[in-house]
Design a protein around this ligand. Sequence first.
Ligand SMILES: Nc1ncnc2c1ncn2[C@@H]1O[C@H](COP(=O)(O)OP(=O)(O)OP(=O)(O)O)[C@@H](O)[C@H]1O
Length: 605
Amino acid sequence: MKSILDVLVPLLRTLPAGSRRFLTGYGTASAALALLDVVALGLIAALLPALVGSSDAELPLVGNVAENGMALPILTFICLLIVLKGILAVLLLRFATKRFARHEVAIGDRLFAAYLASPWEKRLGRNSAEIVRSVDVGVGITVSGVLMPAMSLFGELGTLAAVVVVLFVAQPLIAVVTMIYLGLVALLLAKVVSPRAVAIGRENREWSNRTAKTLYEALGALKEITLAGRGPEVQEQVHGTRTKSSIARAGAIQISQIPRYVLETALVLGFALLGGVGYLTGGPAGAVSAVGLFAVAGFRLIPSLTRMQAVQSSVNTSASFARQIVEDIHEGEAEMSRQRDERPQHELPDNAADIELRDVAFSYPAAAAPALHNVNVRIPAGSHVAFVGASGAGKSTMVDLLLGLLEPSHGHVLVGGEPMEFVLDSWRRRIGYVPQEVSLFDASIAQNVALAWDTARVDPERVTIALRRAQLLDTVMQRDGGLDALVGERGMALSGGQRQRLGIARALYDNPRVLVMDEATSALDTATEAAVTTAIRQLHGDVTVITVAHRLATIRDADIVFFMRGGTVAAAGTFDEVVASVPDFAEQAALAGLGKTENPVDERR
Ligand SMILES: Nc1ncnc2c1ncn2[C@@H]1O[C@H](COP(=O)(O)OP(=O)(O)OP(=O)(O)O)[C@@H](O)[C@H]1O
C-alpha cells in the first residue's frame, strides 16, 4: 500500500485541482457502492442460520425469519441489491474512464510543455526516441497502469472494510482467525510478488526505450544501412532488445496472475482452517456455520483481495514510467517558474537592435574544454555578418548563443544593450533560422514553409512570397499540387537543395528582423546559391543577416567576417581584411578563386 501511495501522491499533484476533486469523488463513490455489499452480506450472514436449518435467525424489525416466512423475500431483496450495485458500478466505471482519458491528455500536455521549456543543454542530453515514448506510451501506461487501478482501490478497501465489519458482528472469533489468515497470505504476496513486479517494470521500460531508440536511429540512416548491407546487424540488435522487453512483458502478465491462484488456494485451505476452528469452539453446527460464513465472506473478500493485489502489481510494473514522468514535469516546471521569477520578460523596442557578446565563454556539460572562450563580438543592426573557420572552431555554438538557445557560462549576450535573457521571448520572435539540416515533416510544402500542422494557420500569400525569395517558387509551381504538394517523410520527395531552400523560405515566412543561416546554402548549385544570396542581400538594412558558411562566395560581401579558431574569434573585418590578416583564410579564399588583397590588416572588432 505504501509503495502505491509513493507513486500515486506525486502523480495526483501533477493533475489540475478539478481532476483531484473528481478522483476523490470517484474513490468515495466506489467506497459507497461497497456499502451496498455490506448490507447484502450482512443480510446473508443474518439469514445463514435459517438457511442451514437452525431456527434462531432473528432479524431486527423482521423478527424470526425461519418462522414468519420472510426468508425468501429477503433473499430476493439481497439479489436485487447485488444487481443494483453491479449496474451502478458499471455506470460509474463508464463515466470515470472517459474522465481518465482527459487526465491522460492533461498529464501528456504538461509533460510536453515541460520538455519544451527545459533548457537546451538538457534537451541535448536526452534521446528523442525516449522523449517520444515517454510523452505518448509512458503517459498512457501511467494513467492505465497507475492512476486508474490505484483509484479503484477505494472501492476495494470499502468492500474489505464492509466484509470485516460483517464478520466481526456475526462471529468475532471466526473474524479474527480469518483476518490473521488472510493477512499472512497478503504479506506473503507482498514480499514475494511485489519486488519482482517492480524489477520487471523497470526492465520493460528500459528495453522498450532501447528498441524505440534503435528503430528511430536505423530508420534515420536507412539508406546507408541498406547500402552497407548492415540490415541483418540492425535486425539482430532490434531482435535482442525486443526479446528482452517481450520477456519482461510476459513476466509482468505472469506475475499479475500469480496472486489469483494463491488466493484461490488460500480460500480452499481457509475452509479447512475455519471449519476446524468452528468445530473446536461449537461442535458440528459451529463448523458448518463458520465454513458458511467464511464462504460468504470469501466470496467478496477473495475477488477484492485479488484485485487489490492486481492493482499493486500494475502500479509496481508501471511505476518507473510514472516516476520518470513526474520527475520530468517537476524539472521542466521548476525551470519555467525559475525563468518567470528570475527573468521577467520585456519587449524589445521596435527598431532593430545591435547584438553584442562581451567576454563570452561557453562549455557543454561534461566537456573537457570550453567550446567558446574570450569572445567579444558586436553585430550592428541591419548588417550582414559571417562566421567562418575550420570545422569544430565553435561557429554553431556561437549561433546557438545568438539564438538564445544556449546561455554563456561566462560573460554576457546583449540585444539592444539589454541582457538577452530579459528580452528572450521578444528576441526569438524576430529571428528566422535556417539550420544545417532542415527538418521537414510529412505534410504539404505550404505547411512546411509556415511550420504549421494545421492548414488553417497557413497564409498562402506569405508562403508564396517566402518561396519566391528563397528561389523555390517556380520549382514548386511546376509540381503537381503546387503549394499543396506533399513533401513526404522528412522531405524525401525533395532534393537536398530544394529542402534547403524550403528551410530558407520557412525562415523568411515570418518576416524576421534577424536571419540566421547556419551552412544554409551548402547543398545549392552555384547559380542557385548566387540567386539566393542576391535575394538575401536585398534584405540588407532592414534585416540583420548572420551567416555561417564554409563556401566563401556566400560571404564575400559580408560587412564583417568573424574568423573563428579554437573556440574564439581570431580575426574580424571585411572579407579582404581577414584574407590579409589570416594566412589560412587567405589560402581558402585563393582556392575558392576569391583572390588576395595588397594591404594586410590585423584587426579585431
Ligand atoms: N552537444 C555537444 N556536447 C559536447 N560538445 C559539443 C556539443 N556540440 C558541439 N560540441 C563541441 O564544441 C566544439 C564546437 O562545435 P561547433 O559545432 O560549434 O563547431 P563548428 O565550428 O560549428 O563546426 P562545423 O563547421 O563542423 O559545424 C567542438 O569541439 C564540438 O565537438
